[in-house]
Design a binder for this molecule. Structure first.
Ligand code: ATP
Length: 684
């Protein structure tokens, strides 16, 4: 994984953990070659020590003009004459010059030369143009060749895989067709997309070819497993997901194609291309992200249709991605009963071309009519559970009160000093991140190493100090979480923090930012009136960021000093009422002990803009695992007690996304004492 964000950004800024803990990917066991290997990338941290300022599109344009480099304006990139391509390379087959092969990302300044495949940061580009730097001008140094171990593995798997129709046993063909839903996909289609089948792993193999079709850069394996009455799928990529930048279907795209359909699964692309004849591309990691490195490959299209899936999450992802690609050329297929995902649509006898024609424009003017909103409103109404957000798997009581974690909201979290705010919020965020929420941490008070240690302990649900032999196992799994850290420590200016967050949303599709804590952006204002004004301003900025980027921001704020024996309230948050007004959710970690649960703290939800439900529930701290969630054993015990004492209203949640949660039985056994706030009331 290249941890180098954009060298052009305040680079001490984002530190994904992966670089330090490169581990082994989860290949099917029967393919695993030899004992686990570990690779350490020591250069990672050094790269982060260069404080460089962000670049804007205007500055890039000025620089190109200033250096006499001709360029054209594109959708998300500027296209320029490439200083990395040899003049002989610039001639296409027809002898016509294939100029403007250099793509520079307008937001990050990152560049890619399509002719030489050189790529790098904006600083690398400048160094190269100005003849300084160490070889960037040679044009090849920055292109990332697959690591040797990876290319060996890729080659070996690819050579063992065979086309489906060459399987010797007809029954095996039928089984594979059924498991992968390929009964209506023709051999011609599979052949066109070079899909193979790996018998020992019972997996389809999708190749990643280098641009220009010269070599194999990687693979994706899709394994189908029977699960009850249904089938579940598991993906494995080589290289590992963070470096897997394949737009599956790219070799079939012609330079003249002006329209493309983007899907989130390779099988959907096969179905779409077969039934509509349109060019299709699959995003490498489905709905989780659209890495900016792929944007140059999408520049040529005047119309891009997203058909990512049939749920609200796919719809949200499509809207987010459209912003990167320029929403004016993007159209979205709305999820719905009559618009399932492409493979299902093909198998269900739907007319895929007709569904594509119903795609809605992604671009809205500042003023919209209800006509433009009605489809979105319908989407929310027909997917009520999904609209309530992603459910925590460790905190059923949070689901019960808050209903879920929703994009674009601002959560303010407070609690007395040393009460365990960081520890709790770490588990709360880890829970979501483990379910695929791309997360960015801004921990200004405690170091990232300490924070990561807490999170890893919570992830492993036990002390790792006593079982170091298991460290690699947990670290490898942890490394694959979509988790990033800002490397700020101590006081920071709000502008720098917001710039970094903006950058992370663009590059890593971050959907949840945690800021611990706001006091580190307050500067050194001495007067309390200045401090209140500063805090109000900062909260306003985070509120706007959350809304503009459809990204959830969780903001930890210290309370004002109150009597130790008094409970905190919304009004206890330092400053004016701005924090509670702007916040969608207000959570308070109360360390006053519940009478019924000696020694325990409890979490109070004192504001919930989504549906108004507020309430409290006890938190039981486990010193070994540093967790507050109720371990599965205890959950079972609580359920049993309830079963023994009377009927349970509803089955407790499985904790999985989309599952309904009704866990009042867990809480009600430990209800707050009467002198505690009335928790059943709505907040407004
Ligand atoms: N409920 C608890 N009972 C006992 N110890 C706890 C509890 N919660 C957290 N701790 C421990 O207390 C210490 C401080 O926790 P943490 O840093 O999460 O508190 P905080 O509220 O964020 O502190 P600060 O106010 O300084 O930001 C940690 O060592 C943590 O493991």
């Amino acid at each position: 994984m290249w941890v180098l964000l954009r060298s052009g950004y305040p680079l001490r800024i984002l530190l994904p953990l992966r670089g330090e803990w490169m581990g082994r990917r989860g290949l099917p066991r029967n393919l695993a070659p030899g004992p686990p290997r570990r690779r350490y990338r020591k250069e990672t941290l050094q790269a982060l020590d260069m404080p460089v300022l962000p670049v804007t599109a205007t500055e890039i344009r000025q620089y190109l003009r200033g250096h006499g480099i001709p360029f054209q304006d594109g959708h998300s990139c500027l296209r320029a004459l490439s200083p990395f391509a040899e003049s002989s390379q610039l001639k296409g087959q027809t002898g016509v010059t294939t100029s403007f092969s250099l793509f520079i990302d307008k937001t990050t300044g990152h560049f890619l030369c399509m002719t030489s495949l050189a790529e790098g940061s904006w600083e690398d580009f400048q160094a190269s143009v100005e003849g300084r730097g160490d070889g960037a001008r040679e044009g090849f140094l920055l292109s990332k060749a697959p690591e040797f171990e990876d290319s060996e593995e890729v080659r070996r798997i690819w050579n063992r895989a065979i086309p489906l129709w060459e399987l010797p046993d007809q029954e095996e063909v039928q089984l594979a067709d059924t498991m992968f839903g390929l009964t209506k996909v023709t051999d011609d289609t599979l052949k066109r997309f070079s899909v193979r089948y790996l018998r020992p792993a019972r997996s389809l193999v999708f190749p990643w070819f280098s641009p220009g079709g010269s070599g194999l850069r990687g693979l994706k394996l899709l394994e189908a497993k029977c699960q009850g009455d249904g089938v579940s799928y598991e993906e494995t990529t080589i290289p590992r997901p963070s470096a897997y930048h394949n737009l599956f279907g790219l070799p079939l795209i012609s330079r003249r194609d002006a329209e493309v359909v983007l899907t989130s699964r390779e099988l959907d692309s096969l179905a779409l291309n077969q039934s509509t004849g349109l060019p299709t591309l699959t995003l490498p990691r489905g709905t989780t992200c659209l890495p900016p490195a792929l944007l140059p490959y999408l520049e040529q299209f005047r119309r891009i249709v997203f058909w990512l899936g049939d749920d609200l999450r796919s719809w949200e992802a499509a809207k987010l991605f459209a912003r990167k690609l320029n929403p004016k050329r993007c159209f979205l297929v709305r999820p719905g009963d009559q618009q399932p995902r492409p493979l299902e649509a093909l198998n269900g006898g739907f007319n895929l071309s007709r569904i594509l024609r119903t795609a809605l424009p992604a671009w809205h003017k500042s003023i919209v009519s209800f006509r433009q909103l009605r489809e979105e409103v319908l989407g929310e109404l027909s997917n009520v559970e999904q609209a309530a957000g992603l459910r925590w798997s460790r905190f059923p009581d949070l689901n019960r009160i808050l209903k879920g974690h929703r994009k674009g909201e601002l959560t303010v979290f407070t609690g007395p000093t040393g009460s365990g705010k960081t520890t709790f919020i770490s588990e709360y965020a880890l829970d979501l991140c483990s379910q695929g929420v791309n997360t960015l941490w801004g921990s200004f008070e405690i170091s990232n190493v300490r924070l990561a240690r807490v999170m890893l302990t919570q992830f492993a649900e036990g002390r790792l100090e006593d079982q170091l032999d298991k460290y690699d196992h947990w670290a490898d799994r942890f490394e694959d979480l979509p988790l990033y850290f800002m490397t700020f420590h101590g006081q920071q200016s709000i502008r720098t923090v917001i710039d970094t967050m903006q950058h992370a949303v663009y590059v890593y599709d971050i959907c949840h930012v945690i800021i611990d804590n706001l006091q580190f952006m307050m500067g050194h204002e001495q007067l309390s009136t200045d401090r209140i004004a500063a805090q109000d301003y900062i909260i306003g900025v985070f509120r706007k960021f959350a809304t503009d980027n459809n990204c959830h921001v969780t903001l930890v704020i210290h309370p004002r000093k109150e009597d130790d024996d008094k409970e905190l309230q919304t009004a206890s948050i330092f400053g004016s009422a701005k924090a509670s007004q702007e916040a969608d959710n207000v959570l308070i970690l109360q360390d006053r002990k519940l009478v019924t649960g000696p020694g325990k703290r409890y979490l109070q939800v004192s504001k919930n803009r989504f549906d108004g439900d507020v309430g409290v529930f006890p938190l039981e701290f486990n010193k070994n695992s540093l967790t507050f969630s109720i371990p599965p054993k205890n959950k079972a015990r609580l359920k049993k007690i309830k079963d023994d004492t009377g009927p349970v209203a509803k089955k407790p949640s499985s904790g999985k996304k989309g599952a309904t949660t009704q866990n009042s039985e867990i809480c009600s056994g430990q209800a707050p004492t009467p002198d505690q706030p009335d928790t059943s009331k709505r907040s407004k």
